[in-house]
Ligand binder design. Structure first.
Ligand SMILES: Nc1nc2c(ncn2[C@@H]2O[C@H](COP(=O)(O)OP(=O)(O)OP(=O)(O)O)[C@@H](O)[C@H]2O)c(=O)[nH]1
Ligand SMILES: [Mg+2]
Length: 316
């Protein structure tokens, strides 16, 4: 019986079973209805984990940093999940885990779950699927969920924005990202990391970032700029501390709840929009609607009026 299997999977997921979690995320990734049922079942148990998004240009050391942070969190007896998202790599899916995630030290650790996701699923976008996957990780009892995504465009920001804390990772020489910050293309993150701080241009980079930040509006949280050498673990304890501090700050200020409310509202609207779109596409096959669309082509009816009529028929 499907219903029994579902709650079995939910039970295993809630008990922290890694294989159940992996299976659950695959269901979400494939837009399988069983996945949505599962999220519905476990949703009341979510909201406990810290969700931390890391973004930044290719090769700056995001994965190495997550590996080092994972070590730090494990040392504090926290369970960790890592979700690596690559919006641009529908093609390199198979290579993702090996190439993108440098967490081989942690693969055998029972308290660490590592997963990559590249396909967007049929329903909603990758950002929606990311939030669903993060909820599942949360439900399975992970204390910290790291979401990694490559790039500094809006699509990447939308993904890490699902997090409670957004960390931008740069390295000396990532001048484009500073331009993006300056131009307001990119929202100001909560924490900025300059990794590969063994590079001689590091301090110049830090000064430049500080300059850009000083142009922004003054806010209650002063964005820290942390220098790290992820490969050696330098600066990682300080980064972990800042992440904790930032979270305490937004919790005390009430912005954590606001952020989560905003993300969940967006999620609901995006999912509803995706479903509506799907319904409209199906409706276009209907002879009556096809005739309506034909009238637009024949210039008898304007597009906006046709759209109004289409929606009215949907409601009816
Ligand atoms: N010199 C130096 N190299 C580093 C440091 N941290 C990471 N690296 C190296 O930089 C390279 C890229 O590291 P990754 O952690 O894969 O970078 P990433 O940002 O996750 O890369 P993508 O996911 O491909 O965008 C690897 O060869 C790392 O060993 C550092 O602090 N100093
Ligand atoms: Mg990576």
């Amino acid at each position: 019986m499907p219903a029994k299997t579902e709650s079995d999977l939910a039970k295993r997921l809630l008990s922290g079973d890694k294989r159940a979690l992996a299976r659950a995320i695959t269901l979400i990734e494939n837009d399988d209805p069983e996945g949505w049922d599962l999220v519905r079942e476990v949703y009341p148990k979510t909201g406990r984990a810290r969700i931390i998004g890391l973004t930044g240009p290719p090769g700056v050391g995001k994965s190495t940093l997550i590996g080092a942070l994972t070590k730090e969190m494990r040392g504090a007896d926290r369970e960790v999940a890592v979700l690596s998202i690559d919006p641009s790599s529908a093609f390199t899916k198979g290579a993702l885990l090996g190439d993108r995630i440098r967490l081989s030290d942690h693969f055998l650790d029972k308290g660490v779950f590592i997963r990559s996701m590249a396909s967007r699923g049929a329903l909603g976008g990758l950002s929606e699927a990311t939030l669903q996957a993060a909820l599942l990780m949360d439900a399975s009892g992970k204390d910290d969920v790291f979401i990694e995504t490559v790039g500094v465009g809006q699509a990447e920001i939308d993904i890490v924005d699902n997090g409670d804390t957004v960390v931008l990772v740069l390295m000396p020489g990532s001048g484009d990202s500073i331009q993006a910050l300056k131009a307001g293309v990119m929202e100001i993150p909560d924490v900025i990391v300059v990794n590969k701080a063994d590079h001689p241009m590091t301090d110049t980079m830090v000064r430049e970032i500080r300059g850009v930040l000083s142009l922004g509006p003054s806010v209650s949280w002063r964005v820290p700029i942390i220098k790290t050498e992820a490969a050696k673990g330098e600066g990682v304890a300080e980064l972990a501390e800042k992440i904790t501090e930032q979270r305490a700050h937004i919790e005390a200020e009430g912005t954590l709840e606001e952020r989560r409310a905003r993300n969940l509202r967006n999620e609901v609207l995006e999912l509803a929009a995706a479903r509506l779109r799907r319904r409209l596409d199906a409706a276009a096959e209907d002879p009556a609607i096809a005739e309506l669309l034909e009238r637009v082509v024949r210039r008898e009816l304007d597009p906006a009026s046709a759209a109004t009529e289409l929606l009215e028929r949907q409601d009816g």
